[in-house]
Ligand binder design. Structure first.
Ligand code: FAD
Ligand code: NAD
Length: 485
């Protein structure tokens, strides 16, 4: 139980902790705070397109979960058509039932969001559906969806209001033609021609999903380089793979306008070759997300936003106003569900007087394309720029028995380690289930492992994880199953 100052007077309802926002940052924070024997309310205003309220935020309702459900189904469809014959399985009369695919996706989302209600019940969290607004003095105005309003008070308030898609002035959203990622998850027919603005994580994941169902996909990316924040060896391989899959990725493309005409979207953009035009049936704008803090802070709370609209916090997610914290997409750092979750858990533990810390240097990233792309730590080019002597090891999935058996041999695992003390500085994987394989690298880096530690760890055979083992061996030119260069 928190032992700090007393609850403010005159409030109609009081809690130890109020969390505003029930996404992957807010709901774990609320659950951990309740596990820490604090009284907790979690306020969330999310409503789905049919008007039903649901906990889980962007991630569960319109992000991570529905996109992975769609990616899974579309990959199965693609493999059925392209790979099953190689396995000796002949299938005739394959048909796409998009309505069923979307229905399954909706069921997955519903199960996950209803799960939060059960988790809240189990942990003793009071879930409140409606809008929360921080007032001065650690009070929170709660407006339920039916319009009833009451003022709550708390010893601590955690802001977890998340993010929203950025709109492009030259291509404003116009449903159903020019849409954000949520719109692109819900198409009820396969667009014949699909345009995507932004070759970032969303553009590549959703572009891939619709490509697998037959869309002609053109991705317009403003930057001249592809995935510039990833290891260069990995981004080169990724671009090669995506082009092979038929994603038409145009780099250095600056969009100047998009108009809906005759049931299509006419996009104007310029690139190195000059002015260009692109005609598509649907256009997805996926150029990043911005922190969402609309009507979150009443005047006089003292909570500050930075120049980009993020709530200002220190490394422990303290806002600078006593007992007001902020976590997840509405604060600095990568906009990732697992980053928000760990911040939420840290804050709930700190509030209870326990130990709590985030290691921002070891946050994994995954792009759920096929092959998957996953990394943690520094890229080779970042280590090179730092001046620290380093060594690298790579292992191609082509040499993995398990990958061969799966008929999924694209890509490689790569490890960057320090030359002086052999510490693992970064791990970069493109290949089958890279998002699962990266967990071992994250654990290794969390414990400051050396590449030799991984080399001396026994990996089951035949597994994809052996690629990480062999990449570690290859750091010291001791790979058994590939030629050391
Ligand atoms: P959110 O999930 O946005 O939740 C915030 C919640 O707070 C919302 O429910 C909102 O309605 C509510 N809220 C806001 N203001 C108020 C208020 N004043 N009162 C009451 N409630 C309020 N990340 C990954 O790690 N892996 C992935 O695979 C992945 N895939 C994604 C795919 C897509 C298409 C998108 C769009 C995002 C994806 N992300 C993924 C990013 C991930 O969804 C976010 O990083 C994550 O949801 C952030 O969590 P959050 O709790 O900070 O915010
Ligand atoms: P992003 O930042 O990943 O990519 C946006 C891309 O759009 C960038 O490549 C950028 O250069 C480009 N861009 C920006 N302005 C442009 C313009 N005017 N014209 C053309 N291109 C332009 O953002 P996103 O893909 O929208 O995703 C938003 C957030 O959601 C990300 O922070 C991401 O971390 C998160 N997310 C994560 C996952 C995952 O973890 N697998 C999946 C989806 C989304």
């Amino acid at each position: 139980m928190a032992t700090d100052d007393k609850r403010p007077q005159g409030a109609t309802d009081s809690f130890d902790v109020i969390v505003i926002g029930g996404g992957p940052a807010g709901y774990p924070c609320a659950i951990r705070a309740a596990q820490n024997k604090l009284s907790v309310a979690c306020i969330d205003e999310w409503k789905n397109k049919d008007g039903t309220p649901a906990f889980g935020g962007t991630c569960l309702n319109a992000g991570c979960i529905p996109s992975k459900a769609l990616l899974e189904s579309t990959e199965l469809y693609h493999r059925l058509q392209e790979e099953f014959a190689t396995h000796g399985i002949k299938v005739s009369g394959t048909q796409l039932d998009l309505a069923q695919m979307q229905k399954r996706k909706a069921g997955v989302v519903r199960a996950m969001t209803q799960g939060i209600v059960a988790l809240f019940k189990g942990a003793g969290v009071t879930g409140l559906q409606g809008h929360g607004r921080l007032l001065p003095g650690r009070r929170v105005e709660f407006t339920a969806h039916d319009g009833t309003r009451r003022t709550l008070s708390a010893r601590h308030v955690v802001l977890a209001s998340g993010s929203a898609p950025i709109e492009l002035k030259s291509a404003p959203f116009k449903d159903p033609y020019i849409v954000d990622s949520w719109g692109a998850l819900d198409f009820d027919t396969v667009p014949k021609r699909l345009g995507v603005i932004g070759a970032g994580v969303i553009g590549l994941e959703l572009g891939s999903a619709w490509r697998r169902l037959g869309s002609e996909v053109t991705v317009l990316e403003a930057l001249p380089d592809f995935l510039p924040f990833t290891d260069e060896q990995l981004s080169r391989e990724a671009l090669r793979q995506f082009k092979k899959q038929g994603l038409n990725i145009r780099l250095g493309a600056r969009v100047s306008g998009a108009e809906v005409k005759d049931n299509a979207v006419e996009v104007r953009y310029s690139d190195a070759a000059g002015e260009q035009r692109l005609s598509v049936d649907r256009l997805v704008v996926a150029i990043g997300r911005r922190p969402y803090t609309k009507d979150l802070l009443a005047p006089g709370t003292g909570v500050q936003l930075d120049e980009r609209g993020f709530i200002k916090v220190d490394e422990s997610c303290r806002t600078g106003v006593e007992n007001i914290w902020a976590i997840g997409d509405c604060v600095r750092g990568p906009m990732l569900a697992h980053k928000g979750k760990e911040e939420g858990v840290m804050v709930a533990d700190l509030i209870a007087g326990h130990y709590g810390e985030m290691n921002y240097k070891v946050i994994p990233s995954v792009i759920y394309t096929a092959p998957e792309i996953a990394w943690v730590g520094l890229t080779e080019q970042e280590v090179k720029a730092s001046g620290r002597p380093y060594k690298t090891g790579t292992f191609p999935f082509l040499a993995s028995g398990r990958a061969r058996a799966m008929e999924q041999t694209s890509g490689f695992a790569k490890i960057v380690a320090a030359r002086d003390d052999d510490e693992i500085l970064g791990v970069h994987i493109i290949g089958p289930l890279a998002g699962e394989l990266i967990a071992e690298a994250v654990l290794a880096m969390e414990y400051s492992a050396s590449s030799e530690d991984l080399q001396r760890t026994i990996h089951a055979h035949p597994t994809l994880a052996e690629a990480v083992h062999e990449a570690a061996l290859s750091v010291d030119k001791r790979s058994i199953d590939s030629i050391n260069r």
